[in-house]
Write a protein that binds this ligand. Structure first.
Ligand code: ATP
Ligand code: MG
Length: 198
């Protein structure tokens, strides 16, 4: 398949699954996110982690706030992604208080306010939680189509495990792939922990 065809297929998948994800009630999103977090909190790699990097959820994404709070309560270091306008790479910043340090940033994603920016390397964490719109059982994913997380996964320190968070309805047979797409190690849904690549 040509690159152009793959891009069209990716866009169709994104739109279709995003509509399903958006159609869930707030109550559903809360309930399912809770189930996903119950699985995550028992994963060996999470329990052992001294630090985690985790996206801050918005809209119909799997809600990560409970996970971030639990990690902070357990005295794990918590890094969140930050997008600098015009930059093609994300960077990560450490947060210490979910309640007071964040405000809507690029793309309206909650990010640390300027006075709470504490840039940190992913060397400081053992697990990276990855957002996505579409996932498959081999750990391949589609995000918003900007390639941010492909570039993060490409430069991820070897010791860091990557975990995708997904509602069951976001999991498909096979996500269209091209040369830069990289899979995560594990995908967690409400009902499954899918081990993909080690
Ligand atoms: N490692 C990389 N080096 C250069 N370009 C890249 C790299 N990774 C991705 N890209 C480019 O980024 C663009 C978006 O990629 P893709 O459609 O896979 O996004 P995505 O994975 O859905 O988005 P995101 O990772 O932001 O959630 C593509 O044009 C792709 O070629
Ligand atoms: Mg990609």
């Amino acid at each position: 398949m040509s690159e152009a065809q793959t891009a069209v297929e990716k866009e169709q998948f994104r739109r279709y699954i995003l509509r399903l994800r958006d159609r869930q009630s707030t109550r559903d999103i809360e309930q399912k996110s809770m189930e996903i977090m119950d699985q995550v909190l028992h994963l060996n790699e999470y329990v052992r982690a001294r630090g985690i990097a985790c996206y801050v959820s918005k809209d119909s994404e799997v809600d990560t706030r409970r996970l971030i709070r639990k990690a902070l309560d357990a005295h794990k270091r918590v890094l969140v992604p930050v997008v600098k306008k015009g930059d093609i790479d994300l960077f990560f910043s450490e947060i210490k208080d979910l309640g007071k340090e964040l405000a809507p940033g690029s793309f309206n994603i909650p990010e640390p306010k300027a006075e709470y920016l504490r840039p940190a390397s992913l060397d400081a964490v053992d697990v990276l939680f990855v957002p996505g719109i579409v996932w498959d059982k081999e750990g391949y994913r589609l995000g918003w189509g900007r390639g941010y997380f492909d570039r993060v996964l490409k430069t991820l320190p070897e010791h860091v495990r990557s975990i995708g968070l997904s509602f069951n309805l976001q999991l498909v047979n096979r996500v269209p792939r091209d040369q830069f797409d990289l899979p995560v190690n594990t995908v967690v849904t409400e009902s499954r922990v899918v081990r993909c690549h080690s």
